[in-house]
Design a protein around this ligand. Structure first.
Ligand SMILES: Nc1ncnc2c1ncn2[C@@H]1O[C@H](COP(=O)(O)OP(=O)(O)OP(=O)(O)O)[C@@H](O)[C@H]1O
Ligand SMILES: [Mg+2]
Length: 380
């Protein structure tokens, strides 16, 4: 067990690292952040921040030597960096989970080979093979670069054959990536996710399923409890637990799901870290996803994941800052609202700057109240 008072190193300094640090601090842990571009939102609330590129072995070595365990808030860490630091200190969630989840083709191959439901897909590594892949998948479909995508970046949706005629153009538009995955577009009736925490001994606990609304491929709202049947919720939680076991995750894994009209679930993708759709747990659950991650990697007992009340989380993107600092008075004077800001500075459109949660007795009225607050903020 890594006892309170020990130091946890986090690779990545974004808002996930910030909330992880804030949660772990209340359990008495210390935090060091490794972030190439800083000062960062996590570094600002941590004990120590290192700003160096991942290629700087001396900086990585000093960072690893200065902490007791290492975890991450960002999965796109080069494999040789993980190899290098895991020779010095334990790195969680572990190499296998990272290697698979940081690359869409490996992720899809893993799901298919393990028998988990996933979308029909093909991969391509040139404009010519892209043409073939699109033909095999059919329309509508979506092309996604295999690595480094987030918030829908590096994706092109194709609705009909004439949009796929010029594969050279599509390839150049994606900046000539080493590899892409072409996926069948799913006409789902909703998007959901489950965050599961797992410890090295294989014990696991899931958080309540979140119902997720995306706008322009970016998460807008998480609604909990999700408006699905009990059996669908159980099936989603089981998928997350089974995937966590198969990947031997230590820490958190978030599993994104599509729900089909016939009630079946399809895995969209996984993230071996805290997830935006789990932010609702800070205000909605007895234990947050961030605290649970700290408990899992330090081998403390899990906290309860019980939902205290209906909770709706709304993301605040930079767009809300268009007219300057938003007027927070409406949110802050509502006794059912909690506001979380990440202190990121530059509020570019589409950039995640913060979120708020609204709590209530029933999910529909809570969602209505949350959207009303968001509308008011957007009109400023
Ligand atoms: N095959 C698909 N069928 C239907 N919708 C899809 C499909 N692929 C992606 N989408 C839509 O686009 C969103 C973003 O896609 P995906 O999760 O693959 O991208 P991402 O860039 O990794 O996003 P994030 O990091 O925010 O999860 C999905 O949540 C979903 O709304
Ligand atoms: Mg996603």
């Amino acid at each position: 067990m890594i006892t309170p008072g020990s130091t946890i190193g986090i690779l990545g300094g974004g808002q996930l690292g910030r909330m992880l640090t804030l949660a772990g601090r209340s359990l008495g842990y210390r935090f060091h952040i490794f972030e190439p571009g800083g000062p960062s939102p996590a570094g600002m609330v941590a004990d120590h921040e290192v700003n160096a590129p991942y290629s700087d072995e001396a900086a990585l070595k000093a960072f690893a030597e200065g902490v007791d365990i290492i975890t991450l808030e960002f999965e796109n860490i080069p494999a040789d960096v993980i190899d290098f630091i895991s020779a010095i200190k334990p790195v969680m969630p572990g190499k296998q989970a990272l290697h698979i989840c940081q690359h869409r083709q490996r992720e899809k191959d893993f799901l298919k080979a393990s028998g988990f439901p996933c979308v029909l897909f093909e991969y391509a590594d040139s404009p010519e093979s892209l043409k073939m892949a699109i033909e095999n998948v059919g329309f509508p479909c979506v092309i996604k670069t295999a690595a480094f995508g987030y918030d829908g970046k590096g994706q092109i949706k194709l609705n009909k054959p004439d949009e796929a005629e010029n594969c050279n153009y599509l390839w150049n538009f994606l900046e000539r990536p080493p590899r892409v995955v072409v996926e069948k577009w799913i006409h789902h009736i909703g998007e959901f996710s489950v965050v599961c925490a797992r410890k090295a001994d294989g014990s696991k606990i899931t958080f309540p399923v979140s119902e997720n609304i995306h706008v322009h491929h970016i998460l807008h709202a998480s609604i909990v409890p999700a408006r699905i049947t009990e059996s669908t919720a159980q099936a989603g939680e089981k998928l997350a637990r089974d995937i966590a076991d198969k990947l031997d995750v230590v820490g958190l894994i978030a599993v994104e799901l599509f729900l089909n009209e016939d009630g079946s679930l399809i895995v969209n993708e996984m993230a071996p870290r805290p997830h935006n759709s789990g932010h609702y747990t800070i205000d909605g659950c007895i234990t947050s996803q961030f605290e649970q991650h700290v408990r899992a990697v330090t081998d403390l007992p899990f906290g309860s994941t019980d939902l205290k009340h209906a909770t709706v989380m709304i993301n605040l993107l930079g767009d809300v800052w268009q007219g300057g600092e938003p007027d927070w008075s409406g949110l802050l004077s509502d006794p059912n609202v909690k506001l979380h800001l990440y202190d990121k500075g530059d509020a570019r459109p589409g950039r995640k700057m913060g979120h708020f949660c609204v709590i209530g007795d029933d999910v529909d009225s809570t969602l209505e109240a949350a959207e009303a607050h968001f509308k008011k903020l957007s009109e400023n």
